[in-house]
Every structure is written in structure tokens, then in C-alpha cells.
Design a protein around this ligand. Structure first.
Ligand SMILES: CC(C)(COP(=O)(O)OP(=O)(O)OC[C@H]1O[C@@H](n2cnc3c(N)ncnc32)[C@H](O)[C@@H]1OP(=O)(O)O)[C@@H](O)C(=O)NCCC(=O)NCCS
Length: 162
């Protein structure tokens, strides 16, 4: 029932409402909650990013990007960001995209995957990434300005791929 495929530029019209809804709550991503459509496009369709969409019964309800975490000598480590539209969270899309991203990263010969800013209060994401084999390798004290909770810690999470 869940389909995941690479996005094309035309999919942006359906990705934008997802990104807009997720970012507006100011509790999971370090994008400005009031981000506009053009800024969001530049952030999501970065030059090194591969954009994916997940569909439920043909409708785009989630998206993720896969890219090198660093240029040059750090480019063997992948980075990824995931968003599911709030109305469709908790139905397995995040897990399906996480597993898909790990496979895509292996195919692209990345050696590891790293998330640079997992907000410590984001229980859903923390549980998901731990279930998929990621460990916390660092704590960034008070590095995220949560819209409701103020300054909270964030984690760097990492796993090898092979
Ligand atoms: C995090 C996110 C991508 C997960 O996607 P999702 O489709 O909601 O998650 P799934 O339904 O696939 O659930 C996957 C796992 O997440 C965890 N999870 C999901 N909902 C949860 C909840 N309400 N409480 C605790 N854990 C939860 C569970 O470990 C679950 O695995 P299980 O079903 O095997 O127990 C999604 O909630 C989202 O887009 N959140 C906002 C943006 C974000 O936080 N992105 C990640 C930043 S690091």
C-alpha cells in the first residue's frame, strides 16, 4: 500500500504542504516555522540532495531527502531528513522511508548514516531511529529552540550501513 519513489520537480506542489505543516510547529526541524515556499524548495531540493516521496493510495503524504553529510573526505557518510504529513503520521510511513533510505544509501555506497540534529523531545523520531539501529553519539546542549518548550537538547545519531 505504501509506495516510495524518487521525486521529480513537479512533486513539489504536493511536498510543500507536508513541509509547511511539519515546519510550522517548530518542534522538530531547524527551519524557520514561517518558511516560505521558495526558501523551502531551495532547502529540500539542494544540489546534492536526492528527494523521495512516499505515497499512500497514490497520494503523496511523506518525503525524505538523502545527501552526503559533508563534502569531500566526509562524503562517504550519508545524511537524511524525513517528514510525514501530520495527518498521516503513525501509519508506518516513517519506518518505510527510513528502511528505504538505508537501502538507497547502501546502494550508493555510503558507509554510514548520520542525523545531525534529532530534537531530544521528539519521542516518535527517537524511537524510530533507535529501532532502525541508530545510536546517540553526541548531545548538543540546548541547541534547539523548541516553539513550546524553549531551549532543549538535540542528539547526533549515527549508524554504520554494513
Ligand atoms: C518522525 C516521523 C518521520 C515518523 O514517521 P511516522 O510515519 O509517523 O512513523 P511510523 O508510523 O512509521 O512509526 C515508526 C516508529 O516510530 C515510533 N512512533 C511512531 N509514533 C509514535 C508515538 N506516537 N509514540 C512513540 N513512538 C512512536 C515507533 O517506534 C514506530 O515503530 P513501531 O510502529 O514499529 O512501534 C514523523 O512522525 C514526522 O514526520 N514527524 C515530524 C518530522 C520529524 O520529526 N522528522 C524526523 C526528524 S529527526
Amino acid at each position: 500500500m505504501i509506495e516510495i519513489r524518487r521525486a521529480n520537480p513537479a512533486d513539489w506542489e504536493e511536498i510543500w504542504p507536508i513541509l509547511h505543516a511539519v515546519v510550522a510547529s517548530g518542534d522538530t526541524y531547524a527551519y524557520p516555522p514561517e518558511i516560505d515556499k521558495e526558501e523551502a524548495f531551495v532547502a529540500w531540493y539542494g544540489p546534492k540532495s536526492i528527494v523521495y516521496v512516499s505515497l499512500l493510495e497514490g497520494i503523496i503524504v511523506g518525503t525524505y531527502i538523502l545527501r552526503p553529510n559533508m563534502p569531500g573526505q566526509g562524503s562517504h557518510v550519508a545524511n537524511a531528513s524525513f517528514m510525514v504529513h501530520p495527518q498521516w503520521q503513525g501509519r508506518g510511513l516513517g519506518k518505510a522511508m527510513g528502511l528505504h533510505a538505508l537501502e538507497e544509501a547502501k546502494k550508493a555506497d555510503y558507509k554510514a548514516m548520520q542525523f545531525n540534529l534529532v530534537v531530544s523531545t521528539n519521542k516518535e523520531a527517537m524511537a524510530l531511529w533507535k529501532n532502525l539501529g541508530f545510536s546517540i553519539v553526541g548531545t548538543l546542549p540546548k541547541s534547539f529552540r523548541h516553539q513550546k518548550l524553549g531551549l532543549v537538547d538535540a542528539f547526533i545519531m549515527h549508524r554504520f550501513l554494513h
